[in-house]
Write a protein that binds this ligand. Structure first.
Ligand SMILES: [Zn+2]
Length: 197
């Protein structure tokens, strides 16, 4: 069994995920979002792309069998298992500005954006390079007629997970999200493990 890592509440991390390895992202307590970014480990100009992925998938509801593409249309990650089936790939990581916009009375937090920027800095990723993240477990239902979107508590329960297979050598950024509405009003840790190819 590979080692389990914990991302404490409202924080983030970055690590290498080599081609063929499997990344399992676990919601240990339920109703907790984890923002995921991926960069080509050998060329950080190549980065995970919401637009490419949603275009090729022809849906915004990504789950087992779907692939996450880069800005250069290469497969970066394939979703191999998913016990939840509800994730978001539309919204950018929460940030100081998000808090000013949605939660003006709460103490601002640097959010997933700030946590990702700090964790990815050693890999040469500057803040302006951070794109839309694949938001594991984030529940963003869309009204198909009006296009109106809402951010509701995740439907994930304790122990739910999503597993990805790396299709190239990657640098991964991963958080335990900091925004109240995305996480049912409370902040929990995220667990992950990397399994050998
Ligand atoms: Zn967040």
């Amino acid at each position: 069994m590979s080692e389990m890592h914990e991302i404490p509440e409202r924080s983030g991390t970055a690590f290498r995920l080599n081609k063929g390895e499997r990344l399992v992202v676990i919601d240990p307590r339920g109703e907790q979002v984890a923002d995921l970014l991926a960069f080509n480990a050998h060329d950080i100009d190549e980065v995970i792309s919401s637009g490419r992925t949603l275009d090729y998938a022809e849906t915004i509801q990504l789950t087992t069998g779907h692939k996450l593409y880069s800005n250069r249309s290469s497969v970066m990650l394939a979703i191999e298992e998913d016990t939840v089936g509800r994730h978001d790939f539309l919204l950018t990581p929460c940030s100081y500005d998000t808090f000013h916009h949605f939660y003006p009375t709460l103490p601002p937090h640097r959010g997933c954006f700030g946590n990702l920027a700090a964790a990815l800095e050693p890999y040469g990723v500057t803040p302006d390079r951070i794109p839309v993240a694949f938001n594991c477990f984030m529940n963003v239902p869309i009204d198909g007629e009006t296009g109106k979107l809402r951010v509701l508590p995740p439907i994930s329960r304790a122990g739910d997970f999503i597993a990805f297979r790396a299709a190239m050598d990657l640098v991964i950024g991963l958080t335990a999200c900091s925004a109240p509405d995305s996480n049912g009003g409370t902040f929990k840790p995220i667990h992950y493990r990397v399994e050998a190819a």
